[in-house]
Design a protein around this ligand. Sequence first.
Ligand code: GUN
Length: 287
Amino acid sequence: MARIIDGSALARSLDAQTAAEAAELKSRHGIVPGLAVILVGNDPASEVYVARKIKGCARVGITSFEHRLPHDCSEAEVLALIAALNGDRAIHGILVQVPLPPQIDPARVLGAIDPAKDVDGFHPVNVGRLSTGTGGLVPCTPLGVMKLLDTVVDDYRGLNAVVIGKSNIVGKPIAMLLLEREATVTVTHIETRGLPEIARQADIVIAAAGSPRLVRGFWIREGAIVIDVGITRVPGQDGRKDRLVGDAAIDEMAHAAAVTPVPGGVGPMTIACLLSNTVTASRGAMP
Ligand code: GUN
């Protein structure tokens, strides 16, 4: 059977480390890490994610500040809020939950965040740093994926990694992180031809297409590692609860070396990495 990589357990141990670092910042430097979370509108999935992020802050000693704006608010209002938070010394991290309503340009909003407070790693300065290997804040889900992979991979040099999905939030930054470790990286997407054959060459498959059970068992070669980033909520039938379904059919992957479950794989690590990034950002406020 494939090893199941327990993202919940890894997230708990990262949270313990983050909590210890936050406590030390407070006792040694009088700094209480502060995270501002901006939610525009009431997209139900975003509501759930934001609630988890805020709960996570309380768990590790980060003060959270939730800012909710109505779905019809203007881009100027969001930009004004970001400008105020950029100048607020109690705030070390700023997160704008995406997607944003159509009247708001995400590039303009994310680009307005002070890169030093950009705990999502979405600002072009941090994207540029990641792609040139020059530091900066790294997007939370890709960072979590690497930490999960690190539990089963010692040396990435020369391994074939296939990334399925080319989003700015997940696919592209994961490709950069894998390249930095000297894996051979193939980035694929919805228009890629012969995807099953390409995936079958991989030592590592990162499934981040947002398409439930896209990646089947026969796509995966014996002994490969599968990281499932997809989380799709499927409505429950006959009064049953909704289910979360990943991009990988891991029940068909007994021949893999290791796989991540959904839920309980990448999801908890995304939150844990956000909290860790917030403490990292708050170090910048040290005297
Ligand atoms: N929406 C989906 N994933 C994310 C994320 O990691 N950060 C933010 N801000 N919004 C998201």
